[in-house]
Design a protein around this ligand. Sequence first.
Ligand code: ZN
Length: 189
Amino acid sequence: MNFCSQCGSAEIALRIPDGDTLPRFVCGQCATIHYQNPKIVVGCLPEWGDQVLLCKRAIEPRYGLWTLPAGFLENGETLIAGAARETLEEANARVDVGELYTIISLPHINQVYMMFRARLADLDFGPGSESLEVSLFDESVIPWETLAFRTITRTLRNFFLDRKLGNEATHVSALVRRAPVPPDLRGAA
Ligand SMILES: [Zn+2]
């Protein structure tokens, strides 16, 4: 942070405020403490019969890879409204949003994914501006090697496993950054 969003001052210091435990950006002019908190990514796992709907990304990051419709929750928006909006924007699809299914913390990038089960209302869908292609997939043809995000892979793996086992669970988990492999060890394993 370079400037105070409250008063415009450049007198910003990163320090632990009195009574706090973590460093914060504090304005030296107006004393505003600028708290920074994780962003929520909300989305749907839309089903039609045995199939699930995926979108091929038309934007970076992960251009050309497949994902479930999801995006950042807006201020003033509920989780369910956000999940339905993202599905409409990315897949032009209308859904009945069901139960919250996976909640995945990504502490290294300060995000929390919240993915809902959903039922497609009809087959009138197609790519929105952020998608190249939108399609329904059977489990046997899910493009596992070209999924965009580990959160999406995990959500789909959980879903197909739960479906097989007849489980009705919500899954709370975390994904952390993989430890980097030193260059001289790459390929050694
Ligand atoms: Zn200020």
